[in-house]
Design a binder for this molecule. Structure first.
Ligand code: SAM
Length: 287
């Protein structure tokens, strides 16, 4: 069904089904008609691709994906939206709706079952209460996917797409750069949603790396080090890691020195290779 981003169409559909928005589920639906076609086009929705969508709402983005890609598997947690989607997506035979929590769906199995012979990408206007867990779950599982294109809060997008070694970066910046090449695509104002959230948004794309950076001795330890490094803003790497990992500061200082870094360095000053070198040295010293 076209015109799904038109406010009067949305209101008519929602009132017909007696639907009321759930704040807890992050239900802010898109009402700006130019946004979904752009997400679909920049998110690899095209022939030869199967698309996983997370959080359909009434199906405004699902429509644009189904028009362009070979197949769409759309996961929506809210059972109340099932009859709405049956109506708004009735003209497509290439859409499969999965009524479940995306964090509980076996995505490897879904891809194997639904997307045989297709390349795969993820596109979504994410529920904001669970943005980082969803992105990390998609990246960490090493799914056979080409890209993840998602709408997130502007502030989250800035952090996710920050250059390594700059002030805006955080633990999540290191993690997304480890698995992918992140890119900020475009900004979306709060007025593009109903109900309007109290923050602006942006669309970001993660192009997954075929190989993650080489040389990491222990991936689990590497990510523990990164999380500890950013656990206390504005502290030195030595102080944050010593307290975040309950390690002796003298040992952390030795690892910093052996990685060839200055003692006073702050976590946001490290690039990927320096984080890897530091975590490897720390592993050798304290494990
Ligand atoms: N795609 C629609 C749009 O752009 O208008 C809706 C986007 S809305 C920001 C987020 C959607 O994600 C809601 O429909 C909500 O019910 C759904 N959702 C929330 N938590 C979810 C979860 N854990 N798994 C799957 N869907 C979820």
């Amino acid at each position: 069904m076209d015109g799904l981003s038109n406010i009067s169409t949305i209101k008519e559909i929602l009132s017909k089904h007696g639907f009321t928005f759930s704040k807890a589920l992050g239900q802010n639906f898109l009402i700006n008609p130019s946004v979904c076609p752009r997400i679909a086009e920049m998110g690899n929705a095209r022939p030869g691709f199967g698309i996983i969508e997370i959080g359909t709402g009434i199906g405004v983005l699902t429509n644009e994906l189904a028009k362009r890609a070979d197949k769409v598997a759309a996961i929506e947690i809210d059972e109340r939206l099932m009859p709405v989607l049956a109506e708004t997506l009735s003209e497509y035979d290439n859409v499969k709706i999965i009524n479940d929590d995306v964090m509980k769906v076996d995505l490897h199995k879904l891809i194997e079952q639904e997307f045989q012979g297709l390349e795969v990408a993820v596109c979504a206007n994410l529920p904001y209460y669970i943005t980082s867990p969803i992105i990390m779950m998609l990246l960490e599982q090493r799914l056979p996917i080409r890209s993840v294109t998602v709408m997130v809060q502007r502030e989250a997008g800035t952090r996710l797409c920050a250059e390594m070694g700059t002030r805006d970066m955080g633990a999540v910046t290191v993690a997304v750069n480890y698995f992918s090449k992140p890119q900020l695509l475009f900004n979306v104002s709060r007025g593009s949603f109903m109900p309007a959230p109290n923050v602006d948004s942006c669309v970001v794309r993660f192009d997954l790396r075929e190989e993650t950076p080489a040389g990491v001795l222990d991936e689990g330890f590497f990510f523990r080090t990164v999380h500890a490094a950013f656990s206390q803003r504005r502290k030195t790497l030595a102080n944050s890691v010593a307290s975040g990992m309950s390690a002796e500061k003298a040992l952390v200082n030795r690892a910093i020195e052996q990685a060839g870094l200055p003692a006073s360095i702050r976590p946001e000053q490290l690039d990927m290779q320096q984080f890897i070198a530091f975590s490897n040295e720390l592993l050798k010293i304290i494990k």
